[in-house]
Design a protein around this ligand. Structure first.
Ligand code: PAF
Length: 282
């Protein structure tokens, strides 16, 4: 596995691969890799000649009071996981190489930014869209891989890729869960044992909502209330940012559930913010 820190070198290397007719898969990450990330890498390895994994804790997507400084970092552990999956290139830029002095450009995906997580994390999706646009321009992949756990992020990226005529196919892969249903997330590492147990309420509540939809409930309001009730019952959940039943494409609230509904929740347990979602096909 080649470890490359300089964007220009990654750009030249990947361009050469593409010019020789090789497909390139990109798995963008912020490190602290778990089985969810590894599933994206495996999928990219299956579908492409060359797989590039990027690790970059992107300061642009963290708010001033968020966890940028304490975000888990484990470059050594990460690189051994990545190389054991026979990744071809690990792209490991630092802040100064990604954002040179005078950096002034950002990518705005109007409308989607203000919904769900966007209401609680102003600027977050602008930071995500901007860094992903940069990574797509640097790696110029045939396919780029993202997890469904960050559902709103996938909507933002798909919209941006379409609107800006970017090249790659955006591949969304299923959420990987712990044995008790908790969605894998680098932020799970922040949870103490009791908090970790409490966090299972998120998946349980979403599943309860999904089951009610599948059993015929068509009122999105009742499903929202049901999910919220499940979350409220867990004493260690300090704050429910949202419990939503929305259109999976627009992320707008719906009244009556049609063919497909996205159930999504964001909560705080102590200082840790956790999100999860289930896409329900009726
Ligand atoms: O999902 C993430 O880890 C990040 O938001 C991403 C896509 C790597 C951009 O920094």
């Amino acid at each position: 596995m080649e470890i490359i820190r300089i964007p220009r070198i990654v750009q030249d290397t990947c361009k050469k691969h593409r010019m020789k007719g090789r497909s390139v898969g990109l798995v963008p990450t912020m490190g602290a890799l778990h089985e969810g990330h590894l599933s994206l890498i495996r999928r990219s390895r299956m579908e492409n000649d060359i797989t590039v994994v990027s690790i970059f804790v992107n300061p642009l997507q963290f708010g001033p009071s968020e966890d940028l400084a304490r975000y888990p970092r484990d470059i050594e552990g990460d690189s051994s996981k990545i190389s054991s999956l026979e990744t071809d290139i690990l792209f490991l830029p630092d802040d100064a190489l990604m954002y040179s002095p005078g950096f002034a450009t950002s990518v705005e995906v109007a409308g989607i930014f203000e919904k769900l997580c966007g209401r609680f994390r102003p600027g977050h999706f602008r930071g995500v869209a901007t860094v992903v646009a940069k990574l797509l321009n640097i790696v110029y992949p045939t396919r780029a891989y993202f997890g469904q756990k960050d559902y709103q992020q996938t909507v933002v990226i798909r919209r941006m890729v379409k609107d800006l005529n970017l090249d790659p196919e955006v591949v969304i892969c299923p959420t990987i869960r712990e044995h008790d249903g908790l969605a894998m997330s680098s932020r799970n590492a922040y949870l103490g044992p009791e908090e970790r147990l409490a966090a299972t309420a998120i998946y349980r509540s979403l599943t309860r909502g999904a089951e009610a939809v599948l059993q015929g409930e068509r009122s999105a309001r009742r499903i929202r209330e049901m999910v919220e009730e499940g979350l409220r019952a867990e004493k260690l959940i300090d704050r429910i940012e949202y419990a939503a039943a929305v259109d999976p494409v627009t992320l707008d609230d719906v009244e009556e559930i049609g063919r497909e509904i996205l159930l999504a929740a964001a909560v705080r347990i102590g200082n840790t913010r956790l999100i999860d979602n289930l896409l329900v096909n009726v």
